[in-house]
Ligand binder design. Structure first.
Ligand SMILES: Nc1ncnc2c1ncn2[C@@H]1O[C@H](COP(=O)(O)OP(=O)(O)OP(=O)(O)O)[C@@H](O)[C@H]1O
Length: 260
């Protein structure tokens, strides 16, 4: 379980990115965070693995306060929390398999991680992860030779290889074409359902948010301004989260006609 208790984040330059956030995310939930650019979505997600420290309030992951974690505890927390990004963050000049194996580094000893020696068990876990996202046959291809959708699946497999309890995704489909964006969201949802991994995804496309979010959190100016189901998040709700009327840019399926 992830608990935000009156959490605030003020960056060193004085920008208040989170402002008194209270949220409880139970194990296994698929949460989509929506809001305009600058609303605080990335900051919210990044506080969960301690990349961005909360400057006020308390954030607990499985009952343990993230702020109180020492280096070793923070490493353990990060090993339990997989993360994927808009830009995939793969090492392009090496193979898919090597990229996925980096997800095992946290559990390897120092020497093994420095020299890239992975056990047969680690390799088995990496193959399983690739199979789960449907790109096992790409294991020995260079990451740079894959399409965007395939690269994002490698990034998901790398996260899965960590055997995490939580998966965070910061705008994971923003650089993909609409059908691929939908397919990658479907993969994330399937993994959430199959493995029970709590998933928190930032999205700015409201159609994808409605389709995939068990729960939608709307952010505006660092505050949670909506917390409900996809069915409850109608156009009026999105307009109130965004503080403006909806446009074609707010949906991924631009040819779908009216916003659905
Ligand atoms: N490292 C940083 N230092 C200073 N200010 C930051 C930093 N990161 C984000 N901000 C600011 O904090 C606010 C929230 O940013 P955040 O990236 O969390 O929003 P977002 O909703 O994810 O938007 P986007 O989709 O554009 O990233 C913005 O005003 C942003 O400019």
């Amino acid at each position: 379980m992830i608990e935000f208790r009156d959490v605030s984040v003020t960056y060193p330059n004085g920008t208040k990115a989170l402002d008194g956030v209270d949220l409880t995310i139970p194990d296994g939930q698929f949460v989509v965070v929506v809001g305009l650019s600058g609303a605080g979505k990335s900051t919210l997600v990044r506080t969960i693995n301690g990349i961005v420290p909360a400057t006020g309030g308390e954030l607990l992951v499985d009952g343990a306060p993230v702020a109180a974690a020492n280096r070793r505890q923070l490493r353990r927390l990060r090993s339990q929390v997989g993360m994927i990004f808009q830009s995939f963050n793969l090492v392009n000049r090496t193979t898919v398999m090597n990229n996925v194996l980096t997800g095992r580094l946290h559990s390897a000893g120092f020497l093994r991680s420095v020299f890239g020696w992975f056990s047969a068990a680690d390799k088995e876990i990496a193959f399983d992860a690739l199979e789960r996202v449907g790109i096992l046959e790409k294991a020995y291809v260079r990451a740079s030779q894959l399409s965007g959708g395939q690269q994002q699946r490698v990034a998901i497999a790398r996260g899965l290889a960590q055997q995490p309890r939580v998966m965070l995704a910061d705008e994971p489909v923003a650089s993909l074409d609409p059908p691929t964006a939908d397919a990658v969201m479907r993969d994330l949802q399937r993994i959430n359902r199959e493995l029970g991994i709590t998933t928190v995804v930032n999205l700015h496309f409201l159609d994808l948010a409605r389709r995939y979010g068990d729960r939608i959190i709307g952010m505006r100016a660092g505050k949670v301004v909506f917390d409900g189901t996809g069915a409850e998040a109608d156009d009026a709700v999105f307009e109130s989260i965004y503080g403006r009327s909806l446009t074609a840019e707010d949906v991924v399926e631009k040819k779908a006609g009216p916003v659905t």
